[in-house]
Design a protein around this ligand. Structure first.
Ligand code: PLP
Length: 402
């Protein structure tokens, strides 16, 4: 039996929705499907406004540009994440300050204050695997007198907020909750990813969820960001296509980050079934893995639910093998792969990758990140995994770990 690590959900509903673009609306770039998807994401997350974009990475860059971030500025991120969390800031000339993570794989809030300098403009916590970061503790740090005293606003938006921006990397966490609050309303801005391996996909894509406090007007920011994500152009091709509506303006130096309708159609067919069908199915698979490994003496099980009302979106199943060294873990992956089970490691810490080594980040500075990475294995978890496949994964891991 083979079990691929990941597989996007492409069923009749998805095909019908994409076909609607190709055969009926005839509209391929941003148009009615994008607006419908933005509306579904807004309903699911409770965010005040949602802007669909062509990737998480460009959505995060868009928001950091909107925030006025640039050369000389610093952004705090966890060392344990996918590199896009850093690249969105590096690509607009800012510096990233990495901090170590706690045992739940997420940014350790206790490390934030020491990482803040007068140049710090934003923090990007990551909801790893769909288990949300500790936003109460993160806001406590950025709103502390100590942090506010160091904050030096350099744009109208920074003046307005008067503190460090909390931009959530919610690439994994659509549908998750932190203390009973939905992903999308736990940070100032939460950026989702709809990349092909994520819980909901548009092939490539993402969504920016706005939850900016007073005196920001989220509806007005939405209108600005729609233009800002379209080269700063006030009307999309769809809007210009209305009779007599040809005239437009370029109001800001924007990015080209809009989502095409043909992509939105894929996500639209999935998100309508997400809360009642697709997310519960993921959680069932996750719980089966938990039950499968909980009685072993070597498994460290991932977080997924607690009494405070937090619950994961179960994007990844991040198993850890107690006391395994990095090479023992790698050898285990080799044996499991030979049995036909696709597994992965999330993530190789950024300080171990060439780009970041060349920028002088050192893994020795992030000991907990390394300790989590060295014995981590991510198992297949996606809609459409059969019971036989789930059982086979559990059996294969148990046989080869013991
Ligand atoms: C997938 C991912 C991203 C990047 O998403 P794209 O849509 O591919 O740009 C960012 N952060 C994390 C944690 C991710 O897993």
């Amino acid at each position: 039996m083979t079990v691929p690590f990941s597989r996007p959900l492409i069923d009749q509903a998805v095909i019908a929705e994409v076909n609607d673009c190709l055969s009926n609306t005839g509209w391929l770039t941003s148009g009615p499907k994008v607006l419908a998807l933005e509306n579904e994401v807004r309903k699911l997350t409770g965010a005040a406004a949602v802007v669909c974009v062509n990737s998480w990475t460009s959505g995060a860059m868009l928001m950091l540009r909107w925030w006025g971030l640039g050369p000389g500025d610093e952004v705090i991120i966890p060392a344990y994440t996918y590199s896009a969390t850093a690249l969105c800031a590096l690509n607009i000339g800012a510096k990233v300050v990495m901090v170590d993570v706690g045992d739940d794989f997420n940014l350790d809030p206790g490390k934030i204050l020491a990482a803040i300098t007068p140049r710090t403009k934003a923090i990007i916590p990551v909801d790893i695997g769909g288990w949300m970061a500790d936003y109460d503790a993160i806001f406590e740090a950025v709103k502390s007198a100590e942090a506010r005293a160091q904050f030096q606003p350099q744009s109208p938006e920074q003046e307005k907020l008067g503190r460090i921006l909390v931009l959530a990397d919610a690439a994994h966490s659509i549908g998750a909750q932190y203390k009973g609050r939905d992903c999308g309303v736990c940070a100032d801005v939460s950026v989702l990813s709809f990349h092909s391996v994520k819980n909901i996909t548009t092939g490539e894509g993402g969504a920016v969820c706005l939850h900016l406090p007073q005196p920001f007007d989220n509806a007005a920011e939405y209108l600005f960001l729609k233009a800002f994500a379209l080269n700063g152009q006030t009307k999309s091709a769809f809007e210009k296509n209305q009779p007599g509506a040809w005239r437009y303006d370029i109001v800001a130096q924007g990015l080209k980050a809009n989502m095409p309708d043909i992509c939105a159609a894929i996500g639209l067919a999935q998100i309508r079934r997400y809360k009642d069908e697709l997310l519960p199915e993921r959680r069932r698979i996750f719980q089966q893995y938990q039950a499968g490994f909980e009685n072993t003496d070597w498994a460290i099980l991932p977080n997924w639910q607690d009494e405070s009302g937090s619950i994961a979106s179960c994007h990844l199943y991040m198993l850890r093998i107690q006391n395994a060294s990095e090479s023992a873990r790698d050898a285990l992956i080799q044996r499991i792969s030979e049995q036909g089970v696709g597994v992965n490691v999330h993530y190789i810490p950024m300080p171990m990758l060439t780009l970041f080594k060349n920028l002088d980040y050192r893994i020795a500075d992030y000991p907990n990140t390394y300790d989590l990475y060295k014995n981590e294995i991510s198992l297949p978890i996606y809609n459409g995994l059969s019971q036989k496949q789930i059982d086979f994964v559990i059996e294969t891991i148990i046989v080869h770990s013991s």
